[in-house]
Write a protein that binds this ligand. Structure first.
Ligand code: BTN
Length: 269
């Protein structure tokens, strides 16, 4: 049941204490013809992540889906995912967390930024890398964008943000290497945090091309060596740029490959 949440935001906010998935609810609202709605929940019982994975959403998080109807072609929709990553990153940084964006849309905290007291003495981590040469980053937030559209214009876009805000890390799957705002910088006021995310997203959505420089500013992926598992095969090289609407440019040594989708790992340089 939606209840009053008292947010001053450029969206109609629908708050649920518990709901299966805010993205599913936002899609239903899209079918009803609604727009500019933010669906927010304290807990999700059937949260979904990218690649149809489950997304653990215990009480204490910010589980948020924005329904928008931008006047853009479907090919530009990835820019809204990047805009959400920038909005969450800016809000997290304001809250005192050294958050950065891992392509395409994970908001992460580097292990090297942890206070030493949080590490156990037998930890194998040395300056932000694990023994396999992968950079060690823990995930603060993930974004799942869904859309429907014609050839030349989107009908609607639902941008779902899963932010581990005041969640107990013990309630999250450890293999997901989760980070939480509360563990990094103390419990946040979720109402104010959400308001900042909505304001930042609202500003960015008006000028999708301006999202790219904002994204670059907070990126952890650029300048690192990456392995990207793409639908067309594995691409390994140096991540040199991100271009509108969210394409990663990887220099393999032989050529520059433009990657539009895939799972990205950061490697030892
Ligand atoms: C990812 O796999 O990284 C994306 C996770 C997205 C989770 C959010 S939580 C709010 C919204 N509702 C969902 O069911 N999923 C998204």
């Amino acid at each position: 049941v939606a209840v009053e949440y008292g947010l001053e935001a450029p969206f109609d906010v629908e708050y649920h204490e518990s709901i299966p998935s805010t993205n599913a609810r936002a899609r239903d609202l899209a079918d009803e013809g609604k727009s500019d709605v933010a669906v927010l929940a304290d807990e999700q019982t059937g949260g979904r992540g990218r690649l149809d994975r489950e997304w653990s959403s215990p009480s204490g998080g910010v589980w948020l889906s924005l329904l928008v109807r931008p006047d853009v072609p479907p090919a530009h929709a990835p820019a809204f995912t990047l805009a959400a990553a920038v909005a969450v990153t800016r809000a997290a940084r304001e809250a005192g967390v050294d958050a950065r964006i891992k392509w395409p849309n994970d908001v992460v905290v580097s292990e090297a930024n942890d206070s030493p007291s949080e590490r156990s003495s037998d930890d194998v981590v040395v300056s932000g890398e694990d023994s396999a040469g992968l950079a060690v980053e823990r995930k603060l937030a993930g974004i799942l964008t869904e859309m429907e559209g014609e050839a030349d214009r989107v009908s609607w876009v639902v941008v779902g943000m899963g932010i581990n805000a005041n969640v107990d890390p013990a309630d999250l799957p450890s293999e997901a290497r989760p980070a939480t705002l509360s563990a990094e910088a103390g419990a946040v006021d979720r109402r104010l945090f959400t308001q900042r995310v909505l304001e930042e997203f609202d500003e960015l959505r008006g000028e999708p091309r301006a999202v790219i420089p904002a994204w670059r500013e907070h990126a952890t992926t650029l300048g690192t060596r990456v392995r990207v598992d793409t639908p067309g095969g594995e691409v390994v090289g140096d991540a040199v740029d991100v271009e509108f609407p969210g394409t990663l440019v990887v220099d393999t040594g032989d050529e520059r490959v433009q990657v539009t989708a895939g799972d990205c790992e950061h490697l030892r340089p």
